[in-house]
Structures are given as structure tokens and as C-alpha cells.
Design a protein around this ligand. Structure first.
Ligand SMILES: [Zn+2]
Length: 466
């Protein structure tokens, strides 16, 4: 059913709402106006709000297996613990990708950027199975295979000491070959699956890896993704590694562009912000993860004033510990009311919605096709039930959605004109079966000890002055 007409639905105008009909033909928005002729199936939009689908613009799906149990630690130590307990199998990757897609959709997201952790030796299989999961659910998937070419300890600054790091288990060239293979096999934007080049960040990647990714990005027209300056330790490390900021370095080697989205961006100075603006790079704001790991508060209001495009991500579920996009949008918006006295710059609910939709589309270079309710764009949108208790009494629908605590408010969702959720239920997969699988393949846990954390903690504390 790629052609349908939603009747009498509320949509947002510049500063108000209107009731209209929305015609979708062959997966694209064909018309938006009052009293349109019904094409295809008629869908009742009464007492419902239609918004463009949001982008969960940065996450790591397989972290779902460790949500709720990770120690309360800063990123560098948290990562060590994560990887000590990370060995996953292909089936787990499949299930957590399903779970990530479901939770994203139920909180208004129709696209996900999965900075996907690859199982060593089964890299292409990992990518294939995650794509299978996303296709089964029907969410639009941007797969950013997470790559690095330095071992974990290289991500901590040396300080006064001399540190030796084990070489990474796979060569830079071999890693780039895997990505190129993945692009050839799986990059099908027209079918809702895109591959991104996605070195994990300056903390664990050489310039060779970044430059190789730039070449692939240019050759195959791929978007670029990376973590950037998530922690104070990374800010220090950049100075040790390059003698300048990470942003200056990434600009110098040519990684920043209007196709580049950068997760976190907490520790940037004013000159760095000007560079992001100049290069038209996108910042992906992951407020919950930044709070959970004590990384800091990203200067989002400064980015916006400098004209930098900003959108939202949940980040992986073990630093969040959920994939509720509406929650990330809420916290990521009101958090900044405490960082900037001048309330004229605070983020309004309507701005939040625009950042989450059009902002995401811009960051993935698809703003001409996605991110707003515009005739000619793809029908990726979400219908919210305005009679839900959490959206009552009737005031401002977008205000309720962004600032409230909406639960079970998604009535329907479509991607590329295909209906994925109907009346609150998935039409594509059996969510009860997914719950059962997640339940049986896990167990209640309380105590576990990370050996790697024990090995590196003393050095981390010294170098961070703790
Ligand atoms: Zn991340």
C-alpha cells in the first residue's frame, strides 16, 4: 500500500496548526491540502498529529545487550568494560538491531544511523545481519560500520608517561577493504539502506584510516560519520597527537564536509565551532549519553548561533540506557536552558522537532528527499494519537510531545510510504516474539568485574589529575 490518503489530520504550519488531507502516491507525498480526493486507502487522521519522521542520528545497536548493567564510569573506562563483555554473536546483533529499530520507531524515529560494532572476523556478516533486521522492521537504515586501527589504550592520553600500545589486530588496508566490500554489497540508498564511512574517532584512528575513508566517501558518494571530542581526555589526546585541536586536524586532512556528521562534539572551542560552520558539518547531540558518562554538556546553543546544523541521537543503549528518541530530544533541548542565560536562544519545541527531522536529513545529505512534510519528498512520517492520556488535556501538541513525557503515542508510522506501525502495532515484525527472544537470551545480572578497567584505571586517574 504505497498510495494512500490521510484525512483530516493536524499538521504544523510556521507557528500554528491546520487540518488537512495528505495524499501519498508511490511512496511520495503527492499533495497536502484540505478536502483532497482520496487516492488509495483512506486513513482517518482525526485527532492525530502528523510529523516528519525523526532521525536517531547516532547509536550502536548491539550495546542493547549491556544496557542497565554498565558501571558508572567515564567513557574511557566504560569502553574498556564494554569490550570486556562485548563478544556477541550474529544472532544477538540481529535481535538488538530489531530492538533498536522498534524503540526508535515507537519514539518517532523513521531513520537510524547505526555506528555498528563489527564482530572481528565476521565483519561483513555483522553488517548483513543488521541490515536484514532493519529491512524486516522497515526502518530507513544508515549503517556506519565502526572501524578503528589502534588498540583501546591508545585512546587515553599519555601525559608525562611513555605508553606502549599493542598493535591493532587488523591492518588499516584490510579494514578499508572490508568497508569497500560492504559498500559494493549493501549500499542501496533507493532501497532504504545506506553505508557510511565511520572511523570511530581521532582517539583510535590513524590519519591513514581517515584518508582512506575520505577516498571511499568521494569515490562512492558516501556520507561520513565519526565521534568527535566526546570527552576531556580526547581533547587532551588531540593536543598530544597533533599539537592542535581535533577539529583543526580533521579539517586539515579533509574529513569535514556537508556530508559529515559528528557525534557528541562536547569539547570544542570557538575556533573549532567556526570550522564546523564553514565546512557545513553536522553535530549529532547525544545528551543522555553525555550525562550518563559524565562527558559534559555540548555547547549546542553556540553551534546553533554559529549556523551549525544540529540533530539528535540516542547513542548506544548501554550509555543511555534506552533508545527513546523523544527523551533524547527533550533532554537535549531543555538541558541548555541552564548553560545560557539568554533565553532568547533557548530551543523551542518546534525547533527541536525541526532539528530532529530536517536536521537529521541535512546531516545525511538527504534533505531534498526527507525531513519535512513537503510535496515531492518521501513519505517517512509518524502519526501521533492526540487522545493519548500523556498528550492531554489539549494544549499545544508539539509542546506536549517534546516537553511532556509521551508514552505509547505513536499511532502509525510510514517509511517510504510503507506502513510499519498501524494503530500502535507493528505490521512488519512480531514484537512479542522479539521480547521473548531478548528475554530468553539474557539473564538477570548484578556483579561482574572488568579486567581491562583494573589494568588501565591507575593511568587514567593519573593523566586526568584525579
Ligand atoms: Zn557513540
Amino acid at each position: 500500500m504505497l498510495s494512500f490518503t490521510i484525512q483530516n489530520v493536524l499538521i504544523a504550519t510556521n507557528d500554528d496548526y491546520v487540518t488537512v488531507d495528505v495524499q501519498v502516491v508511490d511512496g511520495k507525498i503527492a499533495a497536502i491540502a484540505a478536502n483532497l480526493e482520496v487516492i488509495g486507502t483512506a486513513i482517518d487522521g482525526k485527532h492525530k498529529l502528523l510529523l516528519p519522521g525523526f532521525f536517531n542520528a547516532h547509536t550502536h545497536s548491539s550495546e542493547m545487550w549491556q544496557r542497565g548493567i554498565m558501571s558508572v564510569l567515564p567513557l574511557e573506562l566504560w569502553l574498556a568494560e564494554l569490550y570486556d563483555f562485548a563478544p556477541l554473536d550474529i544472532e544477538q546483533v540481529y535481535l538488538s538491531a530489531l530492538g533498536t529499530a522498534v524503540e526508535t520507531l515507537l519514539s518517532g524515529g523513521t531513520s537510524v544511523v547505526d555506528h555498528l560494532v563489527l564482530i572481528p572476523g565476521q565483519e561483513l556478516e555483522t553488517i548483513a545481519i543488521a541490515i536484514r533486521a532493519y529491512k524486516e522492521v522497515g526502518i530507513r537504515a544508515f549503517i556506519a560500520p565502526l572501524i578503528q586501527d589502534q588498540s583501546l589504550t591508545a585512546g587515553i592520553p599519555s601525559g608525562e608517561s611513555t605508553q606502549n600500545h599493542e598493535p591493532y589486530f587488523r591492518s588499516t588496508a584490510a579494514t578499508l577493504e572490508i568497508i569497500e566490500e560492504a559498500v559494493k554489497k549493501f549500499h542501496r540508498p533507493d532501497e532504504g539502506v545506506s553505508i557510511l564511512v565511520a572511523p570511530t574517532g581521532i582517539q583510535l584512528c590513524t590519519d591513514d584510516l581517515f584518508v582512506g575513508c575520505i577516498e571511499l566517501s568521494d569515490r562512492y558518494n558516501l556520507c561520513r560519520h565519526s565521534h568527535l571530542l566526546e570527552t576531556r581526555a580526547q581533547e587532551k589526546l588531540a593536543q598530544e597527537k597533533y599539537g592542535c585541536t581535533a577539529v583543526e586536524h580533521l579539517q586539515r586532512i579533509g574529513y569535514l564536509s556537508d556530508k559529515t556528521s559528528l557525534a557528541h562534539c562536547v569539547w570544542l572551542n570557538d575556533a573549532d565551532i567556526a570550522i564546523l560552520s564553514e565546512t557545513q558539518s553536522t553535530v549529532v547531540h547525544n545528551p543522555l549519553s553525555n550525562l550518563r558518562l559524565g562527558s559534559g554538556i555540548a555547547p549546542i546553543l553556540k553551534y546553533r548561533q554559529a549556523g551549525v546544523n544540529v540533530t539528535f541521537g540516542c547513542d548506544g543503549a548501554s550509555s543511555n540506557d534506552s533508545q527513546d528518541l523523544l527523551e533524547a530530544i527533550k533532554i537535549g533541548s531543555i538541558l541548555h536552558n541552564v548553560t545560557d542565560l539568554d533565553y532568547q536562544y533557548w530551543i523551542t519545541p518546534r525547533k527541536s522537532v525541526e532539528m530532529a527531522s530536517l536536521g537529521g536529513a541535512k546531516g545525511l545529505n538527504v534533505a531534498d528527499q526527507l525531513g519535512s512534510l513537503t510535496v515531492g519528498k518521501q513519505a517517512d512520517f509518524v502519526l501521533y494519537d492526540l487522545t493519548n492520556l500523556s498528550l492531554l488535556p489539549r494544549t499545544d501538541p508539539i509542546g506536549l510531545l517534546v516537553l511532556g513525557r509521551p508514552s505509547n503515542v505513536v499511532n502509525s508510522a510510514w517509511v517510504n510510504g510503507k506502513q510499519i506501525i498501524n494503530n500502535g502495532k507493528f505490521t512488519t515484525i512480531n514484537v512479542d516474539e522479539l521480547r521473548q527472544e531478548l528475554f530468553t537470551r539474557s539473564q538477570w545480572e548484578t556483579k561482574r568485574k572488568s579486567e581491562t578497567v583494573a589494568q588501565i584505571e591507575t593511568h587514567y586517574r593519573t593523566v586526568m589529575g584525579l
